[in-house]
Design a protein. Structure first.
Length: 354
């Protein structure tokens, strides 16, 4: 059994602490909201408005709000909570592990949390305390259930021992677990996770508007494309990054649709941004053709290895040839289908009170 302190008992903190308690760990909550404290006490949990660490090593999860302030994260709550934890660590004679679970910009664990803790404890990381990042993928409406049965768990820390300890703690919950030696990786994974969900919702809202203008049933279109489009059913499609799409269909049909929407008088910024990003990458790639060609050949080798993911290899994939015509000759022997155009390539709601 592990002793666990949850710093912040909102949606994420409450689900995290209760989930650990369900697995038999000793859990205590820290929060400054009187109603949360009262509710948790009624449920039989140890809860306080101050951090109290015992004589045995424990794990402290920072599940504090990180709201946006305009176009940036407001990390004031996280910083204040981290300082409070640092003061408790300073008075402790054993090494505890601090885990950032809040959604934060990449670099927060190393550049904000670590310096605050080192200053408060007057000891360096891995001597006075251990540090890691373990962002969550919980949905507000089912946070507790999601914690108990995760699809994916990610852990980031510069310390192999800390990674091992957290894996031992989290592995029993099941699902896929991935460890990374740099906390920035998992911080960016979480940001990307939410951004991808938001982007998909906005894309279909855009197409909903077009369908409505044409007097068509948006659900019929969305439900069908969700099954027909490889981007929906093949998780490996288009995610390698760094290479613009090409082939016979994607470039012309994207541009054609932009003109069609304009004729309807509908602004489609998602589709427009898709074209703009592709054109920018195409310009960057063609400015350094030799280097890009080598990279695309390597990408094609990976594509061959990924063929098992692709039920229909004849679909349009990202065109290496568009960037470098001679690539087709260079890489034909790599592909089971030399004519293949290479495609480089829910959180159902936002959590409240992160």
């Amino acid at each position: 059994m592990t002793s666990i302190t949850i710093m912040g008992a909102g949606v994420v903190g409450s689900a995290t602490g209760k989930g650990f308690a369900r697995h038999g760990h000793g859990v205590s909550f820290v929060d400054i909201d009187a109603s949360r404290i009262a509710n948790l006490r009624r449920e039989g949990f140890a809860v306080s408005d101050t951090v109290v660490l015992g004589d045995e090593p424990s794990i402290i999860f920072l599940t504090l709000p990180t709201p946006n302030n305009g176009y940036r994260w407001d990390l004031d709550y996280l910083k204040a909570g981290t300082r409070t934890v640092g003061e408790a660590l300073r008075a402790s004679t054993v090494m505890h592990t601090v885990v950032v679970r809040s959604t934060v910009p990449p670099g927060t664990c190393d550049e904000i949390v670590r310096p605050i803790l080192e200053e408060a404890t007057d000891r360096p990381v891995n001597e006075g305390f251990a540090l890691a990042s373990n962002p969550e993928f919980l949905r507000a409406r089912s946070a507790f259930e999601d914690f108990l049965s995760p699809r994916m768990t990610v852990i980031g820390s510069h310390s192999p021992r800390t990674l091992e300890r957290l894996e031992d703690l989290l592995r029993p919950f099941g699902g896929e677990l991935r460890r990374y030696p740099d906390p920035r990786t998992v911080e960016l994974i979480k940001c990307t996770h939410n951004l991808y969900n938001a982007t998909k919702i906005s894309f279909w809202n855009e197409l909903w508007e077009v369908s409505e203008r044409l007097g068509l049933n948006p659900a019929a279109i969305a439900d069908t494309v969700a099954l027909s489009s490889e981007a929906s059913y093949n998780t490996g499609y288009g995610i390698s990054g760094g290479t613009p799409y090409g082939g016979a269909c994607l470039p012309k049909d994207t541009k054609g649709f932009l003109g069609f929407a304009a004729a309807l008088g509908i602004d489609v910024p998602m589709a427009s941004a898709t074209d703009q990003v592709n054109e920018r990458l195409l310009a960057l790639a063609t400015a350094a053709v030799p280097e890009q060609a080598d990279r695309l050949v390597r990408a094609r080798e990976q594509e061959v290895r990924n063929q098992s993911l692709r039920p229909n290899p004849s679909l349009d994939y990202q065109s290496a040839e568009r960037l470098h015509p001679s690539l087709d000759d260079q890489s034909a022997e790599l592909s089971p289908n030399p004519s293949l155009d290479y495609q480089s390539a829910e959180h159902d709601e936002e959590l409240a009170a992160r």
